[in-house]
Design a protein around this ligand. Sequence first.
Ligand code: G3P
Ligand code: MG
Length: 359
Amino acid sequence: MEPSRLPKPNSKIAFAFDIDGVLVHGGTPLPGAKATLEFLQRKKIPFIFLTNGGGATEKDHVAIHGKRLAMSNLSEHQFVQSHSPFKDLVPFLKDKNILVLGGVGNRLREVAKSYGFNHVLTSSDICKADPKAYLFTEYTLEHHLEHGSDNIRWGPNGEIQVSAIMTWSSPRDWGLDLQIIMDLLLSEKGRLNTVSPFNGDVKLPNLGYLQDEQPAIYFSNPDLTFATAHPQPRAAQGSFRAALEGLFAARTGGAQLLNLTTVGKPTEETYTYGEKTLMEWSKTIDGGDGKIGTVYMVGDNPASDIQGANNFTSKHGTVWKSILVETGIHVAGTKPAYEPNTIVKGVKEAVGWALSDSK
Ligand code: G3P
Ligand code: MG
């Protein structure tokens, strides 16, 4: 009788690095970041960047971080931003009007168009066409008049039908953006400048708020705060989402919860997207089948990086392990809300721990 043979475990390792608080802090490289990435490149150990940052194309963002880290050999194919999973929505929304929120000026319009969304609207467009849409623009009107487009396909009665509201990075003009989102959520079929006759009408079966084909809402980063050059964590996109949820509940008497879709760490969508990207990148650098035994997620934010890696179940048999560093959101000596496989000082120590763990 032959002894039964266990399949050989896949010993290949790879890394997913968070950026803010792991590799850079407030735009400045953290100690050991460049040397650690260059070490992995020399060893041909695959790695990607898995960040909740966004607001630029993957290509532009990798150039920005390449410059910060003084590395010219990073690839856009290693870069997963908060909104990278929005690419999967292109087949459904490419011919519809989408409202994009976040970032400055026209940059997000260009990013959304580069993904394949053909009809992109910004809140500056709406403000420019109708400066009365939001009353308190004393500080911001000049910006919106400069960046708003005149090429929007308005209907005969000044209406435009919006199929999706998509937040790509942190909104800058919260007041205007909250006003416009609320207008759309209370509109008839997502047509700006209309009001749904069903809003809050509980006497009508199956009708009420959000029952009149209002646009779907997508967020790309649930982080409430993130590590910046300021000594205390600063508000991130998740804070804006919380403001919207509070406003909607207050306006509707809490009659209905907002049905939001959120991608970005710690969501499964983003880790699935990250793993797909890592497997593709692995094939690119060694010509193999892309299969990976263990991925080490290195992050500074327990709720984002660590929770996401701990909860993720790979469909490819890859094990994800989490490493928390002390160079960002997490305060050394405190107990993190989500427990990582280990806590180390910085990115260099994280890779050192992973290498001995995988032996
Ligand atoms: O949440 C804001 C974002 O910039 C955080 O980036 O790299 O720490 O996921 P990162
Ligand atoms: Mg971070």
